[in-house]
Design a binder for this molecule. Structure first.
Ligand code: ATP
Ligand code: MG
Length: 513
């Protein structure tokens, strides 16, 4: 009995010693297993520590991120082509949410939404890697929009001025010139300090190619970044593209610089969101979109802001693009976006078909915050044209079938026709502040009323070089101060008048037009 006691005490002592030597710290092993995979969505088990939106790496290096977390399984969206992944493949968590490289190394480059270059092999020197989802600036961190974001498009700059930090929706049916307006706005920044980020979501590769080529030929490509998730990219990549674009643009905003982001387009992004939601069996809501689509887009666009002086005074202007179906602005996604943004530029397919391009519908378009940012010179001369133009459009409808005898009505119609002709503008033919001011000042003085309508377009096209030759100092002064004094106004009007006479004498536009 005693001997047995001794033995067991001995054994217990040895066991205690062995235990003390053993390392009992827990080893977290984040290796999970693919249970099911279909349509770019993988069901993964065995990763209990994964966080929402965490970046996962599958066997073979394919990236994905955690979309929904359940008690025993997570659903992950693949960001790459996952042909090699099968049930049983290994998955590891990275412990970090999805991030993109940011910094000036991206300028001039074409990247995918994870910041991987797709234009050439040269790697991108990133200054940091930031999460694609970042909080929007708070009210205290913001300032009022006070500087204009000039697009060089007369109808936009004169009637729907955009401010730096504003969110303006470009909305219209298919092929009504939505992308063209955005590209013109980007190219116009050639003469400014604004950095442009163009995000392509679900676009045809040829369409993206056209945009990049246009910017390279007419803009300042060294200050542009293209984030491309074309129609062929995985839904996961398309979904994160605008968020990644915002993070890339915010880098400049937060350093006191000015940035412009174009999301082309939000409708395709909404469709991707719906696709992912349906694949993960989320309940569909109105028009089959999951209920959180509003929140997704609202929190994304809230990141556009004008920052307060304490934070450097930088700005991020957003131009989201949305497509409508048969001009239906009251569909779910368009109404959402209209209520999220600070205004919309509505493009009308009938105007487009009638060659009124850009096909901006003056009646339904609005810019809610940019008006105060308009340069005084332009404000002074564009005051009446919206009213004159709307009155003309109404009058035109009434007088379509009958002859006009009243001279006042005749004059209004003559003026309206000149305004309409003036608002036509080809792509990539941007007008500077001085050109716009000169044209509108001349219009207000009735200079164009004496010429046939067809003269207007020719004058507009030839005006920039004409002004450079005839009134270079006035152009420079306007560019510097933005203010129009009476002497400069008279010089500009005289220059347009002389050009009009020159055009009428040499080009002989057909009076019937
Ligand atoms: P999608 O719905 O396919 O994205 P979209 O609305 O973006 O089309 P764009 O691709 O910009 O439209 O333009 C459609 C066509 O209209 C293009 O061929 C373009 O050249 C022409 N276009 C656009 N703006 C103008 C303009 N101001 N003057 C003349 N043509 C224009
Ligand atoms: Mg387009």
């Amino acid at each position: 009995m005693t001997m047995q006691d001794n033995n067991s005490a001995d054994w217990l002592g040895r066991a205690r010693e062995a235990l003390a030597r053993t390392d009992l710290s827990v080893q977290a092993q984040s290796v999970g297993r693919v249970e099911r995979i279909a349509d770019g969505i993988a069901q993964v088990s065995g990763l209990p520590d994964v966080r929402l939106n965490e970046l996962l790496v599958f066997d073979g290096g394919c990236a994905g991120y955690a979309l929904t977390l359940d008690a025993d399984a997570i659903l992950a969206v693949l960001l790459d082509e996952g042909a090699a992944i099968q049930a049983g493949s290994k998955v590891t968590g990275t412990g970090a949410v999805v991030r993109v490289p940011v910094g000036s190394g991206l300028l001039g480059r074409v990247v995918d939404p994870l910041g991987r270059p797709i234009d050439r092999d040269e790697t991108i020197a990133a200054e940091a890697h930031c999460p694609i989802e970042r909080p929007a600036p708070t009210i205290i961190e913001r300032d009022l929009v006070s500087d204009p974001m000039e697009t060089g498009i007369l109808v936009v700059d004169s009637l729907f001025t955009l401010g730096r930090g504003q969110r303006e929706l470009i909305i219209g049916d298919r092929a009504t010139g939505k992308t063209s307006i955005a590209v013109d706005a980007i190219c116009n920044q050639k003469n400014s300090d604004v950095i442009c980020v163009y995000v392509a979501v679900g676009q045809r590769a040829t369409a993206v190619e056209r945009v990049i080529e246009a910017v390279r030929a007419h803009g300042a490509p060294e200050r542009c970044i293209f984030v491309v998730a074309s129609a062929a990219a995985s839904p996961g990549l398309q979904w994160i593209a605008p968020f990644a674009g915002f993070t890339i643009a915010e880098y400049f905003r937060d350093r006191g610089q000015h940035a412009l982001i174009v999301i082309d387009d939000m409708t395709k992004h909404a469709a991707t969101h719906r696709e992912l939601a349906l694949l993960t069996r989320e309940p569909p809501g109105r028009e089959a979109y999951p209920g959180d689509i509003f929140y997704v887009h609202a929190r994304m666009l809230e990141r556009a802001a004008k920052l307060s002086a304490e934070l450097g005074g930088g700005s991020l202007t957003a131009l989201p693009v949305a497509e409508t179906d048969a001009g239906n602005l009251s569909a779910y996604i368009p109404t959402n976006l209209i209520s999220i943004t600070d205004g919309q530029i509505v493009l009308d397919s009938r105007l487009f078909a009638a060659n009124q391009r850009p096909a901006v519908d003056v009646g339904t378009s609005v810019s809610r915050v940019g008006g105060k940012a308009q340069k005084p010179a332009l404000r002074e001369v564009s005051g009446r044209i919206r009213l004159d133009y709307s009155q003309f459009l109404e009058l035109e409808m009434f007088t379509r079938f009958g002859g006009i005898s009243d001279t006042r009505v005749k004059a209004q119609i003559t003026r309206g026709e000149r305004i309409r002709a003036l608002l036509v503008q080809p792509r990539l033919a941007n007008l500077r502040l001085a050109d716009q001011t000169a044209l509108l000042a001349a219009l207000a003085e009735g200079i164009f009323d004496d010429f046939p309508t067809a003269t207007v377009g020719i004058v507009r096209a030839r005006l920039p070089t004409w002004l450079d030759a005839q009134a270079a100092d006035a152009v420079a002064m306007l560019a510097n101060t933005g203010v129009l004094d009476e002497a400069v106004r008279r010089r500009l009007v005289a220059a347009v008048s002389a050009l009009g006479a020159d055009v009428a004498a040499t080009e002989q536009p057909e009076a019937a037009l």
